[in-house]
Design a protein around this ligand. Structure first.
Ligand code: 5RP
Length: 228
């Protein structure tokens, strides 16, 4: 797929997602390039009278939403979120997914777990039979990172520190990310449990049974898949 086709698909999925937002809702805003398109659509609707408040999953999203005049509340000041709209890096037929390509996995998981409904938007390339081609992000505390990396290496997970500008990538929560090059994840739940048992691992990019509504954009239309 060309870059411009990919952008078209992301925009189409984002536009569809905005249709789920109603006045009076508290909306969770995910993170990433597809979410940015969704936020642009939401900002237009707010200018036309839609009355919503939001919470955000990252500093980048908060800054972008606020720059468009959207009210972003402190997550600690709200109760349950009506819907959270987010992107994903891969989603399988059971609507389990990998997230965290944009580095916001921990906050995204916390916000998703406080949301009545989670809507994900993906382009068609991200809908896969088996998760794992996309490197699985694992968020780790900085203390003892070489030890943590070595444990992941000995388990055969092909770990690699994520870097940015030649340094370890640092999340909003001041953690690091180790990406696992697994290629195929046959049992996501088992892998998730194994990873969470490693001291120093804060969370993983495996989002299991989180997504309620998946919007997949293809060439000329969006397909919607509901969790069964
Ligand atoms: C950020 C994420 C993103 O939702 C995911 O990486 C998809 O991003 P994009 O919409 O830019 O393709 O999980 O942590």
């Amino acid at each position: 797929m060309t870059k411009s086709d990919l952008i078209k698909q992301k925009k189409a999925a984002a536009e569809k997602a905005v249709e789920f937002i109603e006045s009076g809702m508290l909306v969770g805003l995910g993170t990433g390039s597809t979410v940015k398109f969704m936020i642009e659509g939401l900002a237009k609707k707010i200018k036309n009278g839609l009355d919503v408040k939001t919470v955000s999953t990252s500093n980048a999203t908060s800054n972008f939403a606020e720059s468009l005049g959207i009210t972003v509340l402190n997550f600690n000041d709200v109760e349950e979120i009506d819907i959270t709209i987010d992107g994903a890096d891969e989603v399988d037929p059971n609507l389990n997914g990998i997230k965290g390509g944009g580095g916001a996995l921990l906050n995204e998981k916390i916000v998703a777990s406080s949301s009545k409904k989670n809507i994900w938007m993906v382009d068609s390339t991200k809908h896969v039979e088996l998760l794992g081609r996309f490197p699985l992000p694992v968020e780790v505390v900085p203390f003892g990172i070489n030890q943590t990396l070595n444990k992941l290496f000995l388990l055969g997970y092909k770990p690699e520190f994520r870097s940015a500008a030649g340094k370890n990538y640092v999340t909003d929560g001041n953690h690091y990310i180790i990406d696992l090059h697994l290629n195929k994840i046959k049992n996501p739940a088992e892998l998730n449990n194994k990873l969470l048992l490693i001291p120093g691992v804060v969370d993983t990019g495996l989002f299991l049974e989180v997504c309620d509504v998946l919007i997949i954009s293809a060439d000329d239309e969006c397909k919607i898949i509901l969790k069964t």
